[in-house]
Design a protein around this ligand. Structure first.
Ligand code: ADP
Ligand code: ZN
Length: 750
């Protein structure tokens, strides 16, 4: 491994002409932790960031969820000037900016949704160098006045998000993106990073040409979405199948793509009548309704959207767990793109396509209406590929990746219906015992859905009302999904161990052979799907589902109070991590995935409180919570867990230097860390009860008095209100130092 020279990015002042590679991607790892709460880079992020820091042009091609935004957001922190981000999605800019601000990064946006007076204010702030990352819509670039503004800035980097919008070959061509050529020419020395998830060759080439990126480097990552499971089902009673898919995922986000506007209305209505919060979305709705629907989806008020393809771009929701194609898409590109909206956060998610011959015929009918012969031929070709994909018994993942020119060599992907169908005969004795017992314990009066809820430990109201959470079989199945259990129950019926009653609400009963199976401790082997290969962070571990739900509703409350989407507060990955590790101190909380310094301060206390009371009320031995959960999840048996974090030592080293009377910036320099990191250390030391002498680091008395007053007015758990109250005259770091001083004097709580 190449060791980078440690250089704090705060000290990286205008050195780029002297030594442009002083700041390296590796030296940004502390910032990655303290701002974003991540411990390492995702594939290619490090290389891309290194190239950017080298002031080279960059084209980054990564699939959705690959972590593109970080590729310019992290270097932006290291650069002295402003990073300009061009983004086509007005609706998304606010969320992006909220997300950055929640991580303690100064960001703003300028687009037509802002009144002129606010645009002026934002521009002023940017000019004063108080904004690290500025998002703008491409149409702004055509305004001479805005260009003058840009030229008055110290631009360090131009990031072009959704770069495929510049290409007419793409499916999302935006004429405004052509303004970028002009931008590029008027800032010839500012490096450009263009980012896209577009998988087609032609569009890639077009981007390079249009943006004149020929001299830059191209980074192409695999387009495999390893956390997605693809399956294609014959379109027989699709409504019932859909209902069961959604009921198994109550409260989770799902998108259902339909053929026509009418169909979206009908399906959404039908789902609502079943008590599911579904809304239709299509181009025929007026723009206010469309915006409201998107908003309801993003804020988790309406988790299910039934849409024509008009829905999608501009939706960056990271926790969509299911994408259903209720009818056949026109092309594999479209299918890949639409399914790609599932699982951006890297957690396992499902993509289900219902296929029928009549849907194919329907598409063909529309193709016949196309007048232009060439276009018609293209459409037909694309549809043929799509149909092939749906009909042939070849690994879905392989077909998709090969379509985009990527090789896929593995025998089985383990996460598509075809690969899962290649089954092994496995011993199913124990799981069969569990299922049969659950049917008996619940009195043979319930259907599969209820039995599965009991087995997986659902907190559903009905389960609790019936007291079924008290049964010995409650929550005893940890290693199988609800779909798998549903399938198993079907198999046990076929084997004659279970019987299902007729009627509207069928119930399950154990047959005589089932009883005999239990009584004589028989064994059974079934051909079962191989367990799918799982995605990144978090899922390998078993987490406490009850706590996860508690944290989810806390997140919803906090987000509603602050008027931001829940995922801006914490991602599902972070919540799962909390429900696995059960952190009980601020220090433990700080190592949760996605918890940087700003979120630690802002959200640590309420979330820790929730975890603590949950641990107490459910009788989990609090202090050993994490160890316990790890053990339960079999980590003791050698599964990889989160990396060890030896914070103690690094904090001691900081303390040692401070006690010699060094200033924060001296310590930072000495240790090759960011000043913020040094202050993080100090806060953790103080929370651990270490006496810290911070007096020589404080602002003068008058300032201190003023800050003290602000803490009295705004409280001290969240710094943002304090910072705003003081009209941003002090930095967050200064406020944190002052807070330590007041804590020491017992004037603000720990
Ligand atoms: P894209 O724009 O490529 O679709 P995002 O930038 O939205 O992807 O990132 C996808 C997810 O991965 C987000 O939830 C983001 O917070 C997370 N992420 C990004 N970089 C990292 C990292 N280095 N470690 C862990 N998670 C990351
Ligand atoms: Zn496969």
């Amino acid at each position: 491994m190449v060791r980078a020279r440690p250089v704090t990015f705060h000290n990286y002042q205008r050195q780029r002409d002297v030594n442009p590679s002083m700041t390296t991607a590796t030296s940004l790892l502390p910032a990655l932790r303290s701002y974003f709460g991540y411990d390492s880079f995702l594939p290619l992020q490090e290389e891309i960031i290194a190239n950017i820091l080298d002031r080279q042009d960059t084209l980054a091609l990564m699939p959705t969820g690959g972590g593109k935004s970080l590729c310019y957001q992290l270097p932006a922190l290291a650069l002295t000037g402003t990073t300009l981000v061009i983004s086509p999605l007005i609706a998304l800019m606010k969320d992006q900016v909220d997300g950055l601000e929640a991580n303690g990064i100064a960001a703003r946006y300028i687009n037509s949704s802002l009144p002129a007076s606010e645009i002026q204010q934002v521009q002023e702030r940017v000019r004063q160098g108080q904004v690290k990352i500025l998002y703008v819509a491409p149409e702004r670039l055509a305004m001479p006045e805005f260009n003058r503004f840009l030229h008055s800035l110290d631009l360090d980097l131009i990031a072009i998000d959704e770069a495929h919008c510049i290409s007419e070959w793409g499916h999302e061509f935006r004429p405004d993106y052509r303004n970028l050529r002009q931008l590029r020419q008027s800032f010839p020395s500012v490096p450009v990073v263009a980012l896209t998830a577009t998988a087609t060759e032609r569009v890639r080439e077009d981007i390079v040409e249009q943006l004149d990126l020929g001299k830059g480097r191209v980074f192409l990552s695999s387009f495999n979405r390893s956390n997605l499971t693809y399956s294609i089902r014959p379109k027989r009673s699709p409504w019932n199948q859909l209902l069961s898919l959604l009921k198994d995922r109550q409260g989770q986000s799902a998108i259902i793509y339909c053929f026509s506007r009418q169909e979206t209305e009908d399906l959404a209505g039908g789902l609502r009548s079943q008590g599911l919060d579904a809304l239709p979305y299509h181009a025929g709705l007026d723009s206010t309704t469309r915006r409201r629907t998107q908003d309801d989806f993003i804020h988790d008020r309406a988790p299910i959207i039934v849409a024509t393809i008009a829905f999608g771009m501009g939706i960056d929701k990271p926790d969509v767990r299911l994408v259903v194609h209720y009818s056949l898409p026109k092309s594999l590109e479209g299918y890949y793109q639409e399914t790609g909206r599932a699982g951006r956060d890297g957690l396992p998610s499902d993509c289900v396509l219902f296929y029928s011959y009549s849907d194919k015929a329907k598409q063909e009918y529309f193709i016949r209406q196309i007048e232009d012969a060439q276009e018609r031929r293209n459409a037909r070709e694309k549809l043929a590929k799509m149909v092939d994909f749906a009909q042939s018994p070849v690994c879905r993942r392989r077909t998709i990746l090969e379509y985009f020119g990527e090789r896929w060599d593995a025998d089985t992907c383990g996460a598509c219906d075809v690969c899962l169908e290649s089954r092994d005969l496995v011993d199913a004795t124990e799981i069969t015992q569990k299922i049969l017992s659950a049917v008996i314990r619940t009195g043979q009066r319930f259907g599969a859905h209820h039995v599965i809820q009991v087995l997986t430990g659902s907190r559903d109201k009905r389960i609790l009302e019936l007291g079924h959470d008290q049964l010995s079989v409650y929550g005893i199945v940890k290693d199988r999904s609800r779909d798998e259990l549903r399938e198993l129950i079907g198999r046990l019926q076929a084997e004659g161990l279970l019987a299902r009653s007729q009627g509207e609400y069928p119930t399950l009963a154990v047959t005589d052979s089932g009883m005999e199976f239990l009584r004589h401790r028989r064994s059974i082997s079934l051909a079962l799907p191989k367990p799918p290969a799982r995605g990144k962070a978090g899922d390998a571990m078993e987490y406490d589902k009850g706590l996860f739900e508690e944290l989810r509703s806390l997140r919803l409350r906090v987000a509603a109070e602050q008027g931001v989407p829940p995922y801006v507060v914490f991602s599902d990955v972070s919540l799962r991590d909390m429900a696995t590790d059960l952190p009980l101190t601020m220090e433990q909380f700080s190592s949760i995935h996605g918890v940087g310094q700003a979120k630690l301060e802002q959200y640590g206390p309420p979330f820790l409180q929730a975890i603590k009371s949950y641990a107490e009320s459910s009788g989990l031995p609090a202090a050993t919570g994490a160890a316990l959960m790890r053990q339960r999840s079999g980590q003791a048996a050698g599964q990889p867990g989160p990396p060890e974090r030896r914070r103690g030592a690094t904090e001691e080293a900081t303390n040692e230097l401070l006690s010699r009377g060094m200033s924060v910036s001296q310590v930072a320099k000495e240790r090759g860390l960011a000043e913020t990191t040094i202050i993080n250390h100090m806060e953790r030391l103080q929370l651990r009860g270490v006496e810290l002498d911070v007096d020589h680091l404080l602002p003068d008395r008058e300032a201190l008095n003023e800050i003290g007053k602000a803490f009295e007015v705004c409280g001290s758990t969240q710094l943002k209100p304090v910072w705003e109250f003081l009209e941003s005259r002090f930095t967050y770091d200064q406020l944190r130092l002052a807070r330590m001083h007041f804590r020491r004097q017992g004037m603000v709580p720990d």
